[in-house]
Design a protein around this ligand. Structure first.
Ligand SMILES: [Zn+2]
Length: 259
């Protein structure tokens, strides 16, 4: 799950492919895909046969398998949200194109003219993001950053309301929408539940306050800590894939298609 994007090649629109395996009147073209059209009185097996033929043909009909000049995995949805969060964080009118073109669902396209404008904004955007502060949930035992705080996700790493999360004031636990535990740093430990059904997970803060619950799944013992640091260019998700897509789009004058 996430966001992919592709820039179709020009071979079909410029008439540079090999001859298709079925009559051209039975072909459609949309967002860079050549496909077999389904007719009203079509036999379903015949239709799928034609669709397969066109599918195989499009893998080898030009130098670009699948008629794709460029394809990129932009990122999972939390990464895409984080990218748009950074854009909104920095935007005081100079990143309007980047702000407007990022999709929140799969589908849609960006024209070459708009891609050229987006590409021009990218470098200034990287400079604007660098040096701003961000919060990370860290495994304090190893120093590894596990999640970055995404403000629009209300402290939940994947944006899905859960029983625990973190924000700039630390890790927290909520039960029935009431915060029952909070700590800037908390040790998470598991012990067998004396009742024999699963585990008791305990969180202990540096000041000694605790939270415990029974769970069926045991995770690792670790120390959670929220740390703040300045952002670096390599923290910006999606940006390199986006730049490659915008560049390819401008280069061959074909749209970027989100998929
Ligand atoms: Zn091609």
């Amino acid at each position: 799950m996430g966001l992919d994007a592709r820039v179709p090649c020009r071979c079909w629109v410029d008439g540079l492919t090999t001859e298709p395996p079925i009559d051209r009147s039975l072909l459609g073209y949309e967002e860079g895909y050549v496909y077999a059209v389904k007719l009203a009185d079509d036999d379903i097996d015949e239709f799928w046969n034609r669709a397969d033929l066109v599918g195989y043909w499009s893998q080898t009909c030009c130098p670009h398998p699948g008629l794709e000049y460029c394809r990129e995995w932009v990122g999972n949805w939390p990464s895409v949200r984080l990218f748009t969060t950074y854009v909104n964080l920095c935007d005081d009118g100079q990143f309007t194109v980047l702000r407007d073109i990022m999709p929140s669902v799969n589908g849609g396209e960006v024209s070459p003219v708009v891609s050229a404008a987006a590409l021009a904004e990218c470098e200034a955007f990287i400079e604007a993001v660098t040096g701003k502060s961000a919060y990370f949930l860290v495994d304090a035992d190893t120093g590894k950053e596990l999640y970055q705080h995404i403000p629009v996700y209300s402290g939940f790493p994947y944006g899905v309301p859960d029983t625990s999360g973190f924000d700039m004031d630390g890790v927290f636990v909520v039960e029935d929408q009431v915060e029952v535990f909070r700590a800037a740093r908390a040790r998470q430990q598991y012990q067998m539940n004396p009742a024999g059904d699963g585990w008791v997970m305990t969180l202990t803060s540096d000041d000694g306050s605790t939270y415990a619950r029974v769970t069926r799944h045991r995770s690792e013992d670790r120390t959670w800590e929220v740390r703040c640091r300045r952002l670096r260019a390599e923290d910006i998700p999606c940006i390199n894939a986006l730049k490659r897509l915008f560049r390819a789009c401008v280069e061959i004058n074909m749209p970027v298609c989100w998929c």
